[in-house]
Design a protein around this ligand. Sequence first.
Ligand code: KG4
Ligand code: ZN
Length: 353
Amino acid sequence: MRILALESSCDEFAGAVVEDGRRVLSSVVASQVDLHGRYGGVVPELAGREHLRSLVPVLEATLEQAGQRWEGIDAVAVTQGPGLGGSLLVGINAAKALAWARGLPCLPVHHIEGHLYANWLEAALEAHGGRPPSFPLVCLVVSGGHTELLLMHGHGQFERLGQTLDDAAGEAFDKVGRLLGLPFPGGPAVERAAQEAVAGASAAGPSVAGKALPRAWLAGSDDFSFSGIKTAVLNRVRDDLGGALSAADVSALAREFQESMVDVLSRKTADAALAQGAREVIVAGGVAANGALRRALAERCPVPLRVPPAALCTDNAAMIGGAAYFKAQGEIEEGNWDLFSTSGAAVFSAGGR
Ligand code: KG4
Ligand code: ZN
Protein backbone atom coordinates (compact mmCIF):
# COMPACT_ATOMS: atom_id res chain seq x y z
CA MET A 1 0.00 0.00 0.00
CA ARG A 2 1.41 3.37 -1.08
CA ILE A 3 0.50 6.40 1.03
CA LEU A 4 1.17 10.01 0.11
CA ALA A 5 1.60 11.90 3.39
CA LEU A 6 1.69 15.61 4.23
CA GLU A 7 3.01 17.25 7.40
CA SER A 8 2.54 20.97 8.07
CA SER A 9 2.10 21.30 11.85
CA CYS A 10 4.77 23.92 12.46
CA ASP A 11 7.41 25.60 10.29
CA GLU A 12 8.14 22.77 7.86
CA PHE A 13 5.97 21.76 4.92
CA ALA A 14 6.78 18.16 4.09
CA GLY A 15 5.57 15.48 1.70
CA ALA A 16 6.46 11.79 1.41
CA VAL A 17 5.41 8.60 -0.32
CA VAL A 18 5.71 5.56 1.94
CA GLU A 19 5.10 1.95 0.95
CA ASP A 20 3.68 -0.51 3.50
CA GLY A 21 4.60 1.67 6.46
CA ARG A 22 8.32 1.06 5.95
CA ARG A 23 9.76 1.90 2.56
CA VAL A 24 10.25 5.61 2.02
CA LEU A 25 10.01 6.20 -1.73
CA SER A 26 10.40 9.97 -1.31
CA SER A 27 10.65 12.50 1.50
CA VAL A 28 10.73 16.22 0.82
CA VAL A 29 10.98 18.89 3.53
CA ALA A 30 10.64 22.63 2.84
CA SER A 31 12.24 24.28 5.86
CA GLN A 32 11.50 27.87 6.94
CA VAL A 33 14.53 28.33 9.19
CA ASP A 34 15.70 31.39 7.24
CA LEU A 35 12.27 33.01 7.34
CA HIS A 36 11.85 32.72 11.13
CA GLY A 37 15.53 32.99 12.08
CA ARG A 38 15.51 36.77 12.14
CA TYR A 39 12.66 36.76 14.71
CA GLY A 40 14.34 34.16 16.94
CA GLY A 41 11.31 31.84 16.82
CA VAL A 42 8.44 30.64 14.64
CA VAL A 43 5.94 33.37 13.65
CA PRO A 44 2.67 31.41 13.16
CA GLU A 45 1.09 33.75 10.61
CA LEU A 46 4.19 33.69 8.41
CA ALA A 47 4.50 29.90 8.71
CA GLY A 48 0.98 29.29 7.37
CA ARG A 49 1.43 31.70 4.49
CA GLU A 50 4.77 30.14 3.53
CA HIS A 51 3.16 26.68 3.59
CA LEU A 52 0.76 27.87 0.91
CA ARG A 53 3.74 28.76 -1.28
CA SER A 54 5.47 25.42 -0.64
CA LEU A 55 2.42 23.24 -1.18
CA VAL A 56 2.49 22.67 -4.95
CA PRO A 57 6.30 22.49 -5.42
CA VAL A 58 6.62 20.04 -2.49
CA LEU A 59 3.78 17.87 -3.81
CA GLU A 60 5.31 17.76 -7.29
CA ALA A 61 8.77 16.90 -5.92
CA THR A 62 7.28 14.23 -3.63
CA LEU A 63 5.64 12.38 -6.51
CA GLU A 64 8.56 12.88 -8.87
CA GLN A 65 11.22 11.62 -6.43
CA ALA A 66 9.05 8.60 -5.68
CA GLY A 67 8.73 7.91 -9.41
CA GLN A 68 4.96 7.80 -8.95
CA ARG A 69 1.86 9.25 -10.56
CA TRP A 70 -1.43 9.62 -8.72
CA GLU A 71 -2.57 6.26 -10.15
CA GLY A 72 0.05 4.56 -7.95
CA ILE A 73 -1.16 6.17 -4.69
CA ASP A 74 -3.65 4.24 -2.51
CA ALA A 75 -4.34 6.78 0.25
CA VAL A 76 -3.54 10.28 1.46
CA ALA A 77 -2.39 10.90 5.06
CA VAL A 78 -2.00 14.15 6.94
CA THR A 79 -0.98 15.44 10.35
CA GLN A 80 -4.23 16.25 12.10
CA GLY A 81 -2.66 17.96 15.14
CA PRO A 82 -1.39 19.13 17.48
CA GLY A 83 0.37 22.15 16.02
CA LEU A 84 -0.17 25.72 14.86
CA GLY A 85 -3.76 26.17 13.62
CA GLY A 86 -2.95 28.13 10.47
CA SER A 87 -0.11 25.75 9.56
CA LEU A 88 -2.15 22.59 10.13
CA LEU A 89 -5.05 23.89 8.05
CA VAL A 90 -2.90 24.18 4.92
CA GLY A 91 -1.89 20.51 5.02
CA ILE A 92 -5.30 19.24 6.13
CA ASN A 93 -7.21 21.17 3.46
CA ALA A 94 -4.77 20.06 0.77
CA ALA A 95 -4.97 16.41 1.86
CA LYS A 96 -8.76 16.42 1.99
CA ALA A 97 -9.04 18.09 -1.42
CA LEU A 98 -6.55 15.67 -3.00
CA ALA A 99 -8.23 12.63 -1.45
CA TRP A 100 -11.66 13.82 -2.54
CA ALA A 101 -10.53 14.62 -6.09
CA ARG A 102 -8.79 11.25 -6.50
CA GLY A 103 -11.43 9.20 -4.66
CA LEU A 104 -8.88 8.06 -2.05
CA PRO A 105 -9.19 7.62 1.72
CA CYS A 106 -7.78 10.47 3.84
CA LEU A 107 -6.04 9.23 6.99
CA PRO A 108 -5.55 11.68 9.88
CA VAL A 109 -2.43 11.10 11.99
CA HIS A 110 -1.51 12.49 15.40
CA HIS A 111 1.81 14.32 15.09
CA ILE A 112 3.40 12.57 18.06
CA GLU A 113 2.19 9.16 16.92
CA GLY A 114 3.89 10.01 13.63
CA HIS A 115 7.17 10.81 15.39
CA LEU A 116 7.05 7.42 17.16
CA TYR A 117 6.38 5.53 13.92
CA ALA A 118 9.64 6.87 12.44
CA ASN A 119 11.04 3.89 14.37
CA TRP A 120 9.22 1.51 11.99
CA LEU A 121 10.68 3.03 8.80
CA GLU A 122 13.30 1.01 6.92
CA ALA A 123 16.15 3.45 7.62
CA ALA A 124 15.51 3.05 11.36
CA LEU A 125 15.06 -0.74 11.19
CA GLU A 126 18.40 -1.20 9.39
CA ALA A 127 20.39 -0.84 12.61
CA HIS A 128 18.29 -3.68 14.10
CA GLY A 129 18.57 -6.30 11.40
CA GLY A 130 15.24 -5.21 9.88
CA ARG A 131 13.30 -6.30 12.98
CA PRO A 132 10.42 -4.05 14.11
CA PRO A 133 10.29 -2.95 17.77
CA SER A 134 8.93 -5.53 20.27
CA PHE A 135 6.11 -4.56 22.65
CA PRO A 136 5.80 -3.48 25.38
CA LEU A 137 7.90 -0.42 24.63
CA VAL A 138 8.79 2.59 26.72
CA CYS A 139 8.69 5.64 24.44
CA LEU A 140 10.48 8.90 25.15
CA VAL A 141 8.96 11.74 23.11
CA VAL A 142 11.11 14.88 23.04
CA SER A 143 10.07 17.58 20.59
CA GLY A 144 9.61 21.33 20.53
CA GLY A 145 6.13 21.09 22.03
CA HIS A 146 6.12 17.74 23.86
CA THR A 147 8.06 15.78 26.41
CA GLU A 148 6.43 12.55 27.47
CA LEU A 149 7.17 9.05 28.64
CA LEU A 150 4.67 6.55 27.25
CA LEU A 151 4.17 2.83 27.60
CA MET A 152 3.20 1.36 24.22
CA HIS A 153 1.43 -1.99 24.62
CA GLY A 154 0.80 -2.54 20.90
CA HIS A 155 0.08 -0.57 17.73
CA GLY A 156 -1.94 2.49 18.70
CA GLN A 157 -2.15 1.41 22.37
CA PHE A 158 -0.51 4.01 24.54
CA GLU A 159 -0.48 4.63 28.26
CA ARG A 160 1.03 7.85 29.49
CA LEU A 161 3.56 7.40 32.27
CA GLY A 162 4.67 10.99 32.63
CA GLN A 163 5.01 14.34 30.90
CA THR A 164 6.55 17.74 31.35
CA LEU A 165 4.82 19.91 33.92
CA ASP A 166 5.98 23.09 32.18
CA ASP A 167 8.36 23.51 29.19
CA ALA A 168 9.02 20.82 26.59
CA ALA A 169 12.65 19.71 26.21
CA GLY A 170 12.98 21.31 22.76
CA GLU A 171 11.45 24.53 24.04
CA ALA A 172 14.09 24.65 26.81
CA PHE A 173 16.87 24.11 24.23
CA ASP A 174 15.40 26.87 22.05
CA LYS A 175 15.00 29.37 24.89
CA VAL A 176 18.47 28.71 26.29
CA GLY A 177 19.88 29.07 22.76
CA ARG A 178 18.30 32.53 22.62
CA LEU A 179 19.63 33.44 26.08
CA LEU A 180 23.12 32.51 24.90
CA GLY A 181 22.75 34.56 21.71
CA LEU A 182 22.84 31.47 19.48
CA PRO A 183 20.99 31.26 16.15
CA PHE A 184 17.51 29.74 15.72
CA PRO A 185 16.64 26.91 16.18
CA GLY A 186 18.38 26.66 19.55
CA GLY A 187 18.66 22.87 19.84
CA PRO A 188 21.25 22.16 17.15
CA ALA A 189 23.08 25.44 17.96
CA VAL A 190 23.36 24.52 21.65
CA GLU A 191 24.66 21.08 20.69
CA ARG A 192 27.32 22.60 18.41
CA ALA A 193 28.38 25.12 21.09
CA ALA A 194 28.59 22.33 23.69
CA GLN A 195 30.89 20.35 21.38
CA GLU A 196 33.27 23.31 21.26
CA ALA A 197 33.38 23.33 25.07
CA VAL A 198 34.26 19.65 25.11
CA ALA A 199 37.03 20.25 22.57
CA GLY A 200 38.41 23.26 24.49
CA ALA A 201 37.89 22.06 28.09
CA SER A 202 40.63 23.45 30.34
CA ALA A 203 42.71 21.43 32.76
CA ALA A 204 42.34 24.25 35.32
CA GLY A 205 38.80 23.11 36.22
CA PRO A 206 35.41 24.66 35.44
CA SER A 207 35.00 28.40 34.94
CA VAL A 208 32.02 30.25 36.48
CA ALA A 209 30.06 29.54 33.30
CA GLY A 210 31.06 25.88 33.35
CA LYS A 211 29.88 24.99 36.88
CA ALA A 212 27.27 22.24 37.06
CA LEU A 213 23.62 23.33 36.71
CA PRO A 214 20.75 21.81 38.75
CA ARG A 215 18.58 18.87 37.70
CA ALA A 216 14.85 18.60 38.44
CA TRP A 217 14.49 14.90 39.20
CA LEU A 218 10.86 14.96 40.45
CA ALA A 219 11.70 11.75 42.29
CA GLY A 220 9.06 9.04 42.42
CA SER A 221 7.30 10.21 39.24
CA ASP A 222 7.87 9.90 35.50
CA ASP A 223 7.14 13.62 35.04
CA PHE A 224 9.65 16.25 33.97
CA SER A 225 10.16 19.95 34.63
CA PHE A 226 12.47 22.12 32.56
CA SER A 227 11.52 25.70 33.46
CA GLY A 228 13.91 25.73 36.45
CA ILE A 229 16.98 24.91 34.38
CA LYS A 230 16.11 27.75 32.03
CA THR A 231 15.95 30.16 34.97
CA ALA A 232 19.24 28.78 36.30
CA VAL A 233 20.91 29.59 32.96
CA LEU A 234 19.34 33.06 32.98
CA ASN A 235 20.58 33.73 36.54
CA ARG A 236 24.08 32.61 35.67
CA VAL A 237 24.18 34.83 32.59
CA ARG A 238 22.72 37.87 34.37
CA ASP A 239 23.98 37.61 37.95
CA ASP A 240 27.17 35.54 37.86
CA LEU A 241 28.53 36.73 34.53
CA GLY A 242 27.04 40.25 34.50
CA GLY A 243 25.38 39.69 31.14
CA ALA A 244 28.68 39.69 29.22
CA LEU A 245 29.46 36.29 27.73
CA SER A 246 32.73 35.33 26.07
CA ALA A 247 32.64 32.63 23.39
CA ALA A 248 34.13 30.24 25.96
CA ASP A 249 31.35 31.12 28.46
CA VAL A 250 28.69 30.40 25.83
CA SER A 251 30.08 26.98 25.03
CA ALA A 252 30.69 26.09 28.71
CA LEU A 253 27.11 27.07 29.61
CA ALA A 254 25.72 25.25 26.57
CA ARG A 255 27.57 22.11 27.65
CA GLU A 256 26.36 22.27 31.27
CA PHE A 257 22.78 22.94 30.20
CA GLN A 258 22.84 20.04 27.71
CA GLU A 259 24.42 17.81 30.38
CA SER A 260 21.59 18.60 32.81
CA MET A 261 18.86 17.93 30.21
CA VAL A 262 20.48 14.72 28.99
CA ASP A 263 21.10 13.43 32.52
CA VAL A 264 17.45 13.80 33.55
CA LEU A 265 15.95 12.53 30.27
CA SER A 266 18.20 9.48 30.01
CA ARG A 267 18.05 8.38 33.65
CA LYS A 268 14.28 8.75 33.94
CA THR A 269 13.76 6.86 30.68
CA ALA A 270 16.07 4.05 31.79
CA ASP A 271 14.31 3.84 35.19
CA ALA A 272 10.88 3.70 33.51
CA ALA A 273 12.02 0.92 31.16
CA LEU A 274 13.15 -1.16 34.13
CA ALA A 275 10.06 -0.44 36.24
CA GLN A 276 7.65 -1.25 33.39
CA GLY A 277 9.42 -4.40 32.21
CA ALA A 278 9.72 -2.91 28.69
CA ARG A 279 11.37 -5.06 26.03
CA GLU A 280 12.80 -2.07 24.22
CA VAL A 281 12.98 1.73 24.42
CA ILE A 282 12.15 3.95 21.45
CA VAL A 283 12.85 7.66 21.21
CA ALA A 284 11.17 10.22 18.96
CA GLY A 285 10.99 13.95 18.21
CA GLY A 286 13.45 16.66 17.21
CA VAL A 287 15.54 16.55 20.40
CA ALA A 288 16.26 12.87 19.70
CA ALA A 289 18.64 14.20 17.01
CA ASN A 290 20.92 15.30 19.88
CA GLY A 291 24.11 13.21 19.92
CA ALA A 292 24.75 13.58 23.67
CA LEU A 293 21.21 12.37 24.44
CA ARG A 294 21.58 9.41 22.09
CA ARG A 295 24.87 8.38 23.70
CA ALA A 296 23.57 8.72 27.28
CA LEU A 297 20.43 6.71 26.51
CA ALA A 298 22.47 3.98 24.81
CA GLU A 299 24.71 3.78 27.86
CA ARG A 300 21.95 3.77 30.49
CA CYS A 301 18.99 1.90 29.02
CA PRO A 302 18.70 -1.60 30.49
CA VAL A 303 17.03 -2.92 27.29
CA PRO A 304 17.77 -2.38 23.57
CA LEU A 305 17.39 1.24 22.43
CA ARG A 306 16.06 2.55 19.13
CA VAL A 307 16.49 6.12 17.93
CA PRO A 308 15.72 6.93 14.27
CA PRO A 309 18.41 8.52 12.07
CA ALA A 310 18.57 12.28 12.82
CA ALA A 311 16.72 13.30 9.62
CA LEU A 312 13.72 11.20 10.72
CA CYS A 313 13.72 12.69 14.25
CA THR A 314 12.87 16.23 13.19
CA ASP A 315 9.57 16.97 11.44
CA ASN A 316 9.04 15.09 8.18
CA ALA A 317 6.14 13.47 6.33
CA ALA A 318 7.62 9.96 6.02
CA MET A 319 6.80 9.33 9.69
CA ILE A 320 3.19 10.39 9.04
CA GLY A 321 2.94 7.99 6.08
CA GLY A 322 4.37 5.23 8.29
CA ALA A 323 1.88 5.74 11.11
CA ALA A 324 -1.00 6.04 8.63
CA TYR A 325 -0.22 2.60 7.22
CA PHE A 326 -0.76 0.92 10.58
CA LYS A 327 -3.95 2.94 10.96
CA ALA A 328 -5.13 1.76 7.55
CA GLN A 329 -4.39 -1.83 8.58
CA GLY A 330 -6.71 -1.30 11.54
CA GLU A 331 -3.76 -1.61 13.87
CA ILE A 332 -4.18 1.87 15.27
CA GLU A 333 -7.51 2.41 16.99
CA GLU A 334 -9.41 5.59 16.31
CA GLY A 335 -10.33 7.88 19.14
CA ASN A 336 -7.15 8.07 21.18
CA TRP A 337 -6.53 11.71 20.35
CA ASP A 338 -6.89 12.73 23.97
CA LEU A 339 -3.93 10.66 24.96
CA PHE A 340 -1.32 13.31 24.35
CA SER A 341 -1.44 16.91 25.46
CA THR A 342 -3.20 17.79 22.27
CA SER A 343 -4.07 21.42 22.03
CA GLY A 344 -6.26 21.50 18.98
CA ALA A 345 -5.99 17.96 17.67
CA ALA A 346 -9.63 17.13 18.20
CA VAL A 347 -10.75 20.28 16.42
CA PHE A 348 -9.51 19.09 13.05
CA SER A 349 -11.43 15.93 12.49
CA ALA A 350 -10.37 15.00 8.97
CA GLY A 351 -12.47 11.83 9.16
CA GLY A 352 -12.88 9.48 6.21
CA ARG A 353 -12.87 11.88 3.37
O1 KG4 B 1 9.93 17.33 16.42
P1 KG4 B 1 10.38 18.66 15.97
O2 KG4 B 1 11.13 18.78 14.66
O3 KG4 B 1 9.18 19.66 15.89
C1 KG4 B 1 8.16 19.61 16.86
O4 KG4 B 1 7.28 18.75 16.72
O5 KG4 B 1 8.25 20.41 17.82
O6 KG4 B 1 11.28 19.24 17.15
C2 KG4 B 1 11.83 20.51 17.09
C3 KG4 B 1 12.67 20.73 18.34
C4 KG4 B 1 13.20 22.14 18.45
O7 KG4 B 1 12.96 22.60 19.76
C5 KG4 B 1 14.68 21.97 18.17
O8 KG4 B 1 15.48 22.95 18.79
C6 KG4 B 1 14.94 20.59 18.73
O9 KG4 B 1 13.81 19.84 18.33
N1 KG4 B 1 16.17 19.98 18.18
C7 KG4 B 1 17.25 19.69 18.93
C8 KG4 B 1 18.24 19.20 18.04
N2 KG4 B 1 17.71 19.20 16.78
C9 KG4 B 1 16.43 19.69 16.89
N3 KG4 B 1 17.46 19.79 20.26
C10 KG4 B 1 18.68 19.41 20.72
N4 KG4 B 1 19.67 18.96 19.94
C11 KG4 B 1 19.51 18.82 18.60
N5 KG4 B 1 20.50 18.37 17.83
ZN1 ZN C 1 7.48 17.28 15.59
